[in-house]
Design a protein around this ligand. Structure first.
Ligand SMILES: [Zn+2]
Length: 516
């Protein structure tokens, strides 16, 4: 056969065409193996069940969390990950665990009530019976109104909760085609300057000041309800706990604070409004540590081969709030990340780059674990106090899940338009699963932000809304998790991690953070 000799011009055109259309390679055989393992031999719901049923809630730096982290290390070992480590990252505070809560209305009618203590508050001194009283405490003059009147009372400290009935009447529709299209195509308008805020009324009391007053007045407990969801208690950490770094002194200087489901709270509120007395019985036992301890992230690896010094990361936050196992937020993300790693080991993947799985802690309190990890391992060239660590240039990409348990419908570019080609190409094998959107939006509020703010490519998947009881509540259990969604997510995360670990193309970084 004879070669046709190209003219120089034709050769140039051909090279240009090739460069412009050169497809990102997809390892279809590996995709098939990943799909088979993840969809026909899935263990993701078994993981989800163990973590939510057996381990339960995992407040950062609780005994619960320490026990769960031991399990996570063992589980990573069982999957076959190496270099499994618990990495301490900061003196976080003292441990706090709720061990018992009992809550009842005694008068005018007996009713058990559902409530949970706010994290990092003390327990009661045994069983307490108290008259309930509505207190509207907003300003400094209000302090004088209430001074000397609250000893031994159970204070209803928030206005009656407004319950949102929309999810009951409307259901929770998955993302529509129109919505997905909008996420793809929306032009991002430049942010408008925010108008200067009016100065804060100096008479307004902060949450810390209110709690200090209640403590000084000797209340039996502060009761509150802020969820707005049927049956749900939302309770976080006591006001000021972040400022005093979850200290034992801060914990014991707080009154007992109990968040109550809105129906039970509102019932007491309405009875009191009629001028009829309400008597409650309550008991809370919390275990508070006596020394400051370090919080930890758990990491494990599938070692790379010729590019093993470079790292692709997948992960999710392992910590939760304390009133439920938080099946959706973020046990579902952890189950997906661990299952993705298990799938890759099960199919015998031999990645070129090292694939590292990270289970963060301190996320709910403000991304403490992942931020510390990025600072220690990669650095930040834009921050002179940290600088660029050797690991910075050897980092490839991070993929995170933390927007509930809904299935992946796409991925957010996070302001990195240059990453579109690779992220879109790796999506191609999963179109039949409804994974179709590369959104130009940037999203926040979880651990990919810690990487992104240091200029490291880090991405959050675009997920379906699915019905459930939501994160950060007492109702976030295994039962509302939809298996098919997590199975698909684990397959997709495994494939993204694999293709990122094999890619000949470098992952472009956001403008301003390109390699020097
Ligand atoms: Zn979360």
């Amino acid at each position: 056969m004879m070669m046709t000799r190209l003219t120089p011009l034709a050769a140039t055109v051909l090279v240009l065409l090739t460069a412009a259309t050169d497809p990102v390679p997809i390892d279809w055989a590996m995709v098939a193996r990943i799909r088979e393992e993840g969809l026909q031999h899935s263990q993701v719901m078994d993981l989800e069940s163990y973590m939510t049923d057996v381990l339960g809630a995992r407040l950062t730096l609780s005994r619960d969390m320490q026990r769960a982290q031991e399990w996570a290390k063992a589980e990573m070992g069982r999957i076959g990950l190496v270099n499994v480590t618990a990495e301490p990252y900061m003196d976080f505070g003292v441990t706090w665990d709720n061990e018992y809560v009992s809550l009842h209305m005694l008068e005018p009618d007996y009713s058990p009530m559902v409530g949970y203590p706010i994290a990092h508050t003390p327990g009661t001194d045994g069983k307490q019976i108290a008259d309930a009283v509505i207190v509207d405490l907003q300003t400094r003059p209000d302090l004088e109104t209430w001074r000397g009147k609250l000893r031994g009372k159970a204070v209803l400290a928030t206005p009656p909760a407004t319950i949102d009935l929309a999810p009951l009447t409307n259901g929770v529709p998955r993302r529509t085609e129109a919505e997905l299209k909008a996420l793809e195509e929306t032009v991002i308008a430049p942010a408008r300057p925010t108008p200067a805020r009016a100065p804060r009324n100096p008479d307004l009391l902060s949450a810390e000041e209110k709690m200090a007053f209640y403590k000084a007045e000797g209340v039996t407990a502060v009761l509150q309800s802020e969820s707005g969801w049927l049956g749900a208690v939302r309770g976080y950490s006591r006001p000021g706990s972040r400022n005093d770094r979850w200290s034992a002194a801060g914990d014991s200087a707080s009154p007992v604070i109990i968040a109550i489901t809105p129906e039970h709270y509102n019932r007491m509120y309405r009875i009191l409004r009629r001028g009829i007395p309400v008597k409650v019985e309550l008991e809370v036992r919390n275990r508070i540590g006596d020394k400051v301890e370090q919080a930890m992230n758990i990491v494990g690896e599938i070692p790379g081969s010729d590019l093993k010094d470079q790292v692709v990361m997948i992960g999710a936050h392992f910590d939760t709030w304390h009133a439920s196992p938080n099946a959706s937020d973020n046990t579902s993300g952890v189950a997906v990340a661990l299952e993705a790693a298990r799938i890759l080991k099960a199919v015998g993947a031999k990645p070129r780059r090292t694939i590292r799985v990270a289970l963060w802690s301190g996320e709910e309190e403000g991304l403490w674990g992942s931020r510390a990890y990025v600072r220690q391992h990669f650095g930040n060239p834009a921050d002179s106090t940290v600088g660029r660590k050797p690991g910075y240039d050897r980092f490839y990409a991070y993929f995170n899940q933390d927007y509930g348990p809904g299935q992946y419908r796409g991925i957010y570019l996070q302001g990195n338009e240059a990453a579109r080609t690779l992220l879109a190409a790796w999506m191609e094998p999963f179109r039949d699963m409804g994974m179709t959107v590369v959104s130009n939006q940037s999203v926040g509020s979880t651990d990919h932000v810690s990487f992104d703010e240091a200029g490291l490519p880090a991405f959050q998947f675009l997920q379906d809304r699915v019905p459930g009881t939501g994160g950060h509540t007492n109702l976030d259990f295994y039962d509302t998790i939809q298996a098919e969604d997590l199975m698909k997510n684990a397959v997709i995360m495994a494939s993204y991690a694999y293709h990122a670990a094999m890619s000949d193309a470098r992952m472009p970084r956001k403008s301003g953070f390109e390699r020097k």
